[in-house]
Design a binder for this molecule. Sequence first.
Ligand SMILES: [Zn+2]
Length: 603
Amino acid sequence: MDGGSGDIQDVWYAARAMDGGSGLKTRSMQFVNATKFKSAIVRAVLVSALAVLLASSPNALADESPRLILQITVDALRGDLPSRFKNVLGDGGFRYLMEDGIHYTNAHYQHANTETIVGHVSLATGTVPAVHGMVANVWFDRELDRLVYNIEDSNYHLLTAGADIDRKTEIDPTQKAATVDGRSPNNILTSTLSDEMAIHFAGRSKIFAVSVKDRGAVSLAGHSGKAFWFSKASGDFVTSNYYYEQYPDWVNAWNARKPASAFSGKSWELMHPSSKYLFGDADDRDYETDLAGFGRVFPHAYGEADDKYFTTKLTLSPAGDELSLDFAKMLLDREQLGQDEVPDYLAISFSSNDYVGHLFGASSLESEDNLARLDRTLADLFAYVDKKVGLSNTLIVLSADHGQPEAPGYLHELGIDKAHYFDTKVLDKTPAIAALKKQFGIGEELIEAYFHPYIYLNRDLISKKELDQALVEHAVAAELKKFRGVADAVSSTALRTASLPDTVLVRSILRNFHPKRSGDIYLVFEPNVFINEFDGLTVASTHGSPWRYDTFVPVMFAGAGLTAAKVNRPVTPYDIASTLAAYLNMKPPSGAIGTPLSEVFVK
Ligand SMILES: [Zn+2]
C-alpha cells in the first residue's frame, strides 16, 4: 500500500506541521527559520490554521511535497561537458536543467578514488567512502583472502538463469572480479537517502533504481528499495533475490519484448551533420579503442543480435541509455510512481557516457554525439514524467559519480606531453623495489597486487620474516614516490597514526580510507598519468584520480517550481542527499556530511 488518506496519513500531516513544515510558509523560510517556530503559541496557530486549510483545500498540503524524487546520475559526466557540447543539445533535456533549473557549476568530490561505486554511493549516502565503506570498485578482503567486487553477495543470486557475467566477453574488469552472481547493497555501511525515505514515510514510498551497470542501480536503491540492471549475458534487465522472489509481471513483459534485439543489424550514427560538432573533423584518432569491430569512426555497427559482443556494444553507445530509459518508463507507469501524496523515489544511472569516454576519450566525436543522444533521452524522460506525474510535482536532481580525464593522445596533439600511461604490473620487479627487498632479506614477491587505487603487500611474507609492517609500508611508499609519474604514495599505517602532513591530497586519501577495506599503500599518479590496461583490454583513458578533472561533476536541480539559478560557489555532491532530506523534512542519511543547498529552497 502506498499513500491513502487514513489515520496514519493525518498523523503524518500533523507531525509535519509540528516540525514547522507547512504550506503556510515558503520552503526557504521554513528551512532558514525552522528553529524560530518552536514556541507553543506559534505551533497552536499553525495547527489550527492547518486544520482550516485542510478543510477548505485537501490538496493544498499535498502540493507542498513533490510526489516524485527523480535522481539521475550520468556516469563520468565531467562538470564542463554539458556546456562545452551545448551546440549539439536540443530543448527539454540538459537545457531544461541548465536554463530552468539550478545549475551548480563548481561541484567537486573530496575523496581520492573517483570510481563508479564510490561516487554512486557517495551520492546515495551523502558522505565519503571512509564513512560509507565503498572505497573502490574492487578491494582485497583480508578475511575472505580474495578480491571482492563491491556489491557481490554470496547470500543471494540473480533471478534470471544465464544472466551472470560471461567471463569470455566481459570487458568491465571490475565486474569480472565478482566470484558469485548475487548482488546486494549489504556492503554499504550507512543509510541512503532512499532508505531515509522508506523510514520517514513508514514504508509507503516506492523506491526504485535502474541502470545498465549493476553498481549504478544497487547503490541508489539503498537497502530498502528495488534495483534493476542490464545483463549483457542475457540481454534482459535483471535483479537478485535480495529484492524479489520473482519478477513483477511487467518486468517479464518488458524482457519478453526483447528490446535489445531491436538494435540488431543497426549502427550508432551521428545525430547531426558533422559540421555541427566541436570534434566533427576529428573522428579517427589512433589512440581510440576499436573494440571487437565496433570501430573508431562513425557509423559504429552493433552487429547481429547473436554476435558475441552485440550487447556489449549496446552499452558502449547511446543504445544502453535508451534501453535504460525504456525500462524506466515502464517501471514508472506500472509501479504507479508519483501518483499519490507520499513521495516516491526513482534513480536512473545512465552508464554509456563512461564506457564511451574510456574507449574514445572525453574529447572525441563519440563522446560529443553520445551526449547529444543522451540529451534526447533526458528530454524524452522529462516529457514522460511531465505527462505521468507533472514536472511541478517532481524534484529532479542530476549529477555524476565522477568526472573524466583527457586521453594522453589528445593532449599530445596539443603539445602537452606530460601525459602517459603507467604500468603497475612490473612494480615488484623494478630495480628500486628489488634493492629494497634485498635490504629486507626478501626474495619472494613483496608487492603482491595493485587493485586501483591500492597496493597490497605480501603480509604473510612480512610476518614470516618478522618484519615490521609499518616499516615496510613506509619504505616501499618512499621508493614509489620517486617513480616517474607518481605524485604520492601514502602508507595506510601512516594514515592510521596521523603521521602525515595535512595536504589536500592526504586529506582526500584519508576520506577514502576504511581500515577493513583499504589496501596498504595508496598510489596517486601525477595529473594525466594513469593505467590503461585492464585485463588485456587497452583503453584511451581511465578516471579514478583525485585531480580536478575526475572530481568535477555537474549538480543540477529542476522541477517542483524551483527558481532558475546558476551557482558558482563551491559545493560537493555529498550535499545532494542532505538537500533532498531537508527538502522532505526528513533526517539526513546516517553518515551524511553534506550541507543542504539553500538555492533549492527558494521558490
Ligand atoms: Zn562511473
